[in-house]
Write a protein that binds this ligand. Structure first.
Ligand code: ADP
Length: 986
């Protein structure tokens, strides 16, 4: 007899056998087995075991369920019943009539919670004698609350019921709790005594110590230190996190927890995740947020222990340390049983998370030459760190490291599990931040309004640190009307004035005298910053501060903040509010000091040359007294990471010496000195650009002259913008003779667009401007508008552009005679933008190429485009790959293009086009004298559609190929058609 019929026929006997004793135990044991076998889901279990309901009702519910689940479940149910019931009880049920095998389910359990379920029957019996101890262990490790403890221990439960409640609770708590319980059981089995409780207790105490110091460390941002009571929770605004452009199939913004998720993984074997972003993009703040969430138990709870490191602080560690010392001395000291805790860490790498902030600030750049595998062996801290990052040490521990992108070379890249890019605030993020910063909504609204009218400044605010300054200086901002800041230097001068005058309002607050009033402070802090940049020092001791004459009064201005590490060793050390602030002060010092070597300015601008020469010399080598060779080597290594700070200092220097700010310095130094410095900067900029242009290779015969710009080109352009000196831009561009300017993957955001426009608008001849794979966005597009007259083509693939940006762009390029081509593959465009393209096609009868692939354009958008196409007489290339135009869209386009005399190439790949679309497109083939290629790969065209295309091709000898791969054609059809029409690519 089949098991299902047996369950039905013997329902009464089964119910009796399960329930007549009055004990729930037989039913619960059957449920244990079915859960372990995977025949019941946890929801099924809850539906059957309703607390307080009669035993018979529960049993009936089970019988109904197994019956509806089918033959296999019934078979296993009977097998379970046979195993659970005493011989006498089961005597009336003919088990032998159905064969069953309880051993059959042996799927591997990949998680601890799965193990809990799969081994439930044996775990219940093992736990019923020691539920109290197991509960103690879970309570001690912080995974059970006292209320949950009491609930399991309710006197109404039998020992086995207590064990089951315990298992149910633990399963719902997740992996860490499940592992702790399984370990406890294992230890009990091997040692016979539950000493795990002691272990868990110590661990719990240590975890609490670690998390409370982390919570205390993370609750405030240093930039809000002395000025307000704003906590991280109050001000934290999500930054825009994304995966690199080359991560196939993953788009859009990521959340904080996605950092450790699988998306974007490039190397499964590696444990290190890199969060990269420019200075001020919010990397430290992001880690601070992550630490706080973990410490509060609000996220990242799969990690039992989190160890945070600051590379800036690790720089000052001179001793050789072991991993154990590193963890305990730099993060959190265990008051008891250090060895046991360290052993736990070694045994449970997957429960541990390390974070390293600011790898770019480590004095030594990454190298994987010195291998170290033993966690108790001592070594210099950078070596320890590099071995941790590459997984030689503490394999399996997840590590998140933040850095500026320039400081991450190929040596480290090969050890990365994945990379996540932090791009600062999105447009919406700026609004959100400003509203959080200002408790008064009218002030927030005014600040945002003023940003909307100054898009150059709005562009700057994508950088959180600049957004913070702008918000901090809202009074200055709102009071300065048309003269509101345009450049990064303007913004930093605003905060300089704000802090100086906030502390002690000066008599001469109007005009240019304010710097002079505070000259001593500026020089002291400037020298400290300058020496720091020169020697890769970002934390300053009393000795260093004294050497530069920094006084208590200088400290009280608020530019320095006390460095607070988790370890008390570093108390009474100071650092600048942000590294960009240190670069700004270093630049101020270069302008104002009469002591700096005259080589300084050229050396700042030549830093990029050093990089290209593989660090053959140190930047400040000439200015420094000679040093031991070994020291020179390490300084050279440091250069790799220092260059970004030197470049930033040079950028500020250019800004400070701009015509607009020169009067500030004339109050403090002789005119001749200032002018000499200005000349020097101008000379260096021109020289560096000329060098860059000279390196452009000659064009290959028949190809256009093209320049693939290096990131340094963008930096030099930014320096010219900071100077706000059109004459330098004009002069530079008069020497640039290219047809195509390629700036792909150059980290170009709105700020860079503003600078590029400032310079490129002076180009002599029109160029193709290729900005693919950057972060231009709508604000960046708006910044680019003034240089559209010198563009004949614009490539903006993969740049987060929306319909709004397009509407402004098209309104501009319609008026530009030279403009002929645009490529916008993979942006965020919808049907709302097609009316603008239609207008462009109607208006510009010299427009050649429109590529809108991989956006969100539907049939409606295609219809709009068709209106423009109908009256256009110049378009040669139309690309709509990867949209959703369908048959209706294809018909509209075909209709508009069938009499085109210029169309050469049309792509509707992957657009849901079927036969109706194909037949309509066949009309273009029939009539066209210009079409060469039609791409219809990845659609849903069947034989009927393909026949239409073949017939049309019979009338046309001009078309070279029609691509039909991946449509709905059988192998036979493909073969037959390929024979008939070789131009069909099937
Ligand atoms: P980075 O480490 O990339 O140089 P930081 O994290 O130090 O940048 O950010 C600099 C300043 O910008 C912070 O001190 C803070 O004032 C502001 N900031 C950065 N990120 C955020 C954020 N997500 N929310 C609010 N403010 C932020």
């Amino acid at each position: 007899m089949f098991s299902k019929e047996l369950v039905l026929k013997h329902r009464t006997e089964i119910l009796h056998a399960l329930c007549s004793s009055g004990s729930a135990e037989p039913l619960e044991r059957v449920l244990d087995i079915l859960l372990a076998q995977g025949e019941l889901l946890c929801e099924d279990y809850q539906n059957i075991q309703v607390p307080g309901r009669a035993l018979y009702t529960n049993a009936r519910q089970l019988l109904d369920l197994v019956y509806t689940k089918g033959v296999n479940t019934c078979m296993l149910f009977l097998a379970a019943l046979k195993q659970v019931l005493p011989e006498a009880h089961g005597a009336t049920i003919p088990f032998s009539e159905c064969c069953s095998n309880l051993e059959k389910k042996q799927e591997p359990q990949t998680t601890f919670t799965q193990t809990l379920l799969a081994q439930r029957p044996s775990l219940v019996s093992q736990l019923q004698d020691c539920t109290d101890d197991a509960l103690d262990a879970l309570l001690a490790s912080g995974h059970f609350t006292p209320a949950e403890y009491d609930e399991v221990q309710l006197p109404i439960h039998t020992p086995s019921q207590k064990a089951r409640r315990l298992l149910d609770h633990v399963r719902s708590k997740g992996e860490v709790a499940a592992e702790i319980l399984l370990q406890y059981i294992q230890q009990k089995q091997t040692s016979g005594s539950p000493n795990y409780i002691m272990h868990a207790n110590i661990l719990y105490i240590y975890q609490k110590k670690l998390s409370s110091s982390l919570a205390a460390q993370s609750c405030f941002l240093s930039t809000y230190g002395g000025t307000s009571n704003m906590s991280l929770e109050d001000i934290y605004t999500e930054g825009h996190l994304e995966l690199p452009h080359d991560c196939i199939g993953v788009h859009g913004s990521l959340g904080l927890e996605d950092i450790i998720g699988v998306a974007g993984t490039v190397n499964e074997e590696a444990d290190t995740i890199l969060v990269s972003g420019e200075a001020g993009s919010g990397k430290s703040t992001l880690l601070q947020r992550l630490h706080l969430l973990w410490a509060q138990g609000a996220a990242f709870q799969d990690f039992l222990l989190l160890f945070p490191f600051s590379c800036r602080r690790l720089n000052s560690e001179q001793r050789e340390l072991s991993v154990k010392d590193l963890l305990f001395q730099h993060c959190c000291w265990p008051d008891r049983e250090q060895d046991e805790i360290f052993q736990f860490i070694l045994d449970h790498p997957h429960l541990i998370l390390f974070t390293f902030d600011g790898l770019d600030e480590l004095k030594q750049s990454f190298s994987d030459e010195h291998r170290l595998c033993c966690p108790t062996q001592c070594a210099p801290v950078p070596i320890l760190l590099f071995n941790l990052l590459q997984g030689c040490l503490m394999k399996g521990v997840q590590k998140i490291v933040t850095s500026r992108p320039e400081a991450v070379g190929p040596a480290l890249k090969k050890h990365l599990r994945k990379e996540v890019l932090l791009k600062g605030f999105s447009q919406a993020g700026i609004g959100c931040f400003v509203r959080k910063h200002h408790s008064d909504p009218t002030v927030a609204a005014k600040v945002l309004e003023s940003l909307q009218t100054n898009t150059a400044l709005l562009g700057l605010c994508h950088s959180p640190v600049l957004c913070w300054i702008v918000s901090q200086c809202h009074k200055e901002l709102l009071g300065c009307g048309d003269g509101s800041p345009q450049t990064i230097t303007d913004v930093y001068l605003m905060i300089l004035r704000h802090f100086l005058q906030h502390k002690s309002p000066v008599k001469n607050s109007i005009g240019f005298g304010w710097i002079k009033e505070h000259l001593d402070t500026v020089l002291h802090l400037g020298q400290l910053a300058f020496e720091g940049i020169r020697t890769s020092c970002y934390i300053f001791s009393d000795t260093e501060m004294n050497a530069c004459g920094v006084t208590e009064k200088d400290i009280s201005t608020g530019f320095l903040t006390q460095s607070t590490g988790l370890s008390s060793v570093h108390a009474k050390m100071y650092e600048f509010l942000h590294v960009t602030m240190q670069c700004f002060f270093a630049a101020l010092y270069t302008v104002l000091s009469t002591n700096t070597d005259h080589y300084i300015i050229p050396k700042l601008f030549e830093s990029h040359v050093m990089k290209e020469m593989n660090m053959n010399s140190t930047c400040f080598g000439i200015c420094l007294p000679s040093v031991e060779q070994q020291q020179q080597v390490s300084e050279r290594e440091a250069m790799a990471v220092e260059i970004t700070n030197l470049q930033m200092t040079a950028t500020f220097l250019s800004g400070l010496l701009s015509q607009r700010h020169r009067s500030l310095w004339l109050n403090c130094c002789p005119r001749a000195t200032v002018e000499k410095k200005v000349k020097e900067v101008v000379r260096c900029l021109s020289k560096s650009l000329r060098k860059h242009f000279r390196s452009i290779p000659k064009p290959v015969d028949g190809e256009k002259k093209s320049m693939h710009a290096m990131p340094d080109f963008v930096w030099l352009v930014k320096c010219i913008y900071e100077m706000q000196e059109s004459s330098i831009a004009k002069d530079a561009m008069s020497k640039l003779d290219v047809n195509h300017l390629k700036l792909t993957y150059c980290n170009i955001g709105p700020v860079e667009c503003t600078a590029l426009t400032f310079v490129l608008q002076h180009l002599k001849n029109p160029v193709g401007l290729q900005l693919d794979y950057n972060s231009v966005g709508d604000v960046g597009v708006e910044q680019l508008l003034p240089c559209m007259p010198i563009c004949y083509s614009l490539y903006l693939r993969n740049n987060n552009i929306t319909d709004e940006g397009i509407s402004k762009l098209i309104a501009k390029v319609i008026q530009c005679d030279n403009f002929q081509k645009i490529a916008l593959f993979n942006n965020m465009l919808t049907d709302a933008c097609t009316q603008h393209f239609s207008q462009l096609l109607k208006t510009k009868q010299n427009f050649i190429s429109l590529r809108l692939g991989n956006n969100n354009i539907t049939a409606e958008g295609a219809k709009q485009l068709a209106q423009g196409l109908k009256v256009n007489h110049s378009l040669q290339y139309l690309g709509l790959w990867g949209n959703k135009i369908g048959d209706v869209g294809a018909e509209a386009l075909a209709n508009a293009l069938e009499s085109s005399k210029t169309l050469v190439w049309l792509s509707l790949v992957c657009n849901g086009v079927g036969n109706a679309g194909a037949c309509a497109l066949a009309n273009i083939i029939k009539n066209s004298t210009s079409l060469e290629e039609l791409w219809l790969t990845d659609n849903c065209i069947t034989k009927t559609g393909a026949e239409c295309l073949i017939q049309a091709l019979e009338h046309n000898t001009h078309v070279k190929s029609v691509w039909l791969k991946n449509n709905n054609l059988s192998v036979e059809e493909v073969e037959e058609m390929a024979q008939r029409e070789p131009r069909l690519i099937l």
